[in-house]
Write a protein that binds this ligand. Structure first.
Ligand code: F6R
Length: 306
């Protein structure tokens, strides 16, 4: 599938009717996943607050992992070294195991595995990777999913502002710095990773209010400040909105504010994710590079296998 069609596929992925099925009671959730797969777990961890959720983006599990843990391993390819290692450890420690993958070795490690369609870039499969979490643990209703699909279709058809932001960044040759806030902290990170892999540029993210205790200092007095393009999101609480306004004023920093469309959390979340998909896609186009190509990651994985 062409990369642009992969982006447009997101709304179809929301119709994916899969969940983890019945789970026995657990006291904590540990999610293991890297890159474009792991982000699904991170976004979920920001939304879900009925038990502690730890996202492991590394090889090893925390010592408390055990029979009371619901372990969810996510790897689109099913062959990611860190996720396989963490999953094998979870099996050894007697965790309750659920997996999401399109195949690979991971699909052989658990009995209850959500198999998702293959043939996409992992980062273009975010709908497939996230929906099992949402359908299993969050109570969004069907009309909410339908409206979210409608909103995503609207963005697919018309995303002029996203393209203009991409062209501004491309013209300036600037480094995007995305400042999110709850419940979009991990959406800010997703934007960063989409800039990394689709646009092939460095990008950084942080979130309010935490960044008021560190990044705010260089916002006032860093060298080469014009090398960065600062982006923040709308739909902030009054306190966060006030922080954004004060931060901008006292540090003399302009933020591109990205308005968040939609009425519900589900709609806003996917709108903002998809908006970032388009900014990163158009920046790749502006730079005349292939947004899909990430062969350096594959080369690194290959070398690690020998
Ligand atoms: C995203 C991407 C990477 C992978 C990561 C882990 O498109 O190419 O970020 O997601 O290398 O691989 P998987 O997702 O197969 O476990």
């Amino acid at each position: 599938m062409e990369f642009l069609d992969q982006l447009k596929n997101l709304k179809e992925q929301l119709k994916f009717e899969s969940s983890f099925g019945s789970v026995r009671p657990f006291s904590n959730i540990i999610i293991s996943g890297m890159g474009g797969s792991g982000i699904a777990g991170s976004i979920f961890s920001e939304l879900y607050d009925r038990s502690p959720v730890t996202v492991v983006s590394d090889y090893n599990l925390p010592a408390y992992a055990g029979p009371d843990t619901l372990f969810i391993g996510i790897s689109y390819s099913g062959n990611t070294e860190e996720t396989l290692t963490a999953t094998r450890e979870a099996v050894r420690k007697g965790c309750q195991i659920r997996l999401i993958t399109s195949g690979g070795e991971l699909s052989e490690l658990g009995e209850k595995t959500v198999i998702i369609p293959s043939g996409l870039q992992p980062r273009s499969a975010l709908g497939y990777l996230l929906v099992p979490f949402l359908r299993s643990f969050m109570n969004f209703n069907e009309s909410d999913y339908e409206e979210t699909c409608r909103i995503l279709s609207g963005l697919d058809a018309e995303h002029r502002e996203a393209r203009e932001l991409a062209e501004t960044i491309g013209r300036e040759g600037s480094i995007p710095v995305i400042f999110g806030h709850y419940p979009y902290r991990w959406v800010a990170y997703r934007w960063k990773t989409q800039f990394n892999e689709n646009s092939k540029i460095l990008a950084f993210s942080n979130f309010f209010p935490e960044l008021n205790h560190n990044d705010t200092v260089p916002l006032k007095s860093t060298y080469r400040k014009d090398a960065f393009r600062f982006i923040s999101f709308g739909d902030a609480s009054d306190r966060i909105e006030k922080r954004i306004e004060i931060t901008s004023r006292i540090t003399g920093t302009d933020f591109v504010r990205v308005h968040v469309n939609g009425k519900t959390l589900l709609q806003k979340l996917f709108y903002l994710i998809h908006y970032g998909d388009y900014v990163s896609y158009h920046l790749a186009k502006y730079r005349n590079i292939d947004p899909e190509e990430v062969s350096v990651i594959s080369s690194l994985k290959d070398e690690l296998m020998h």
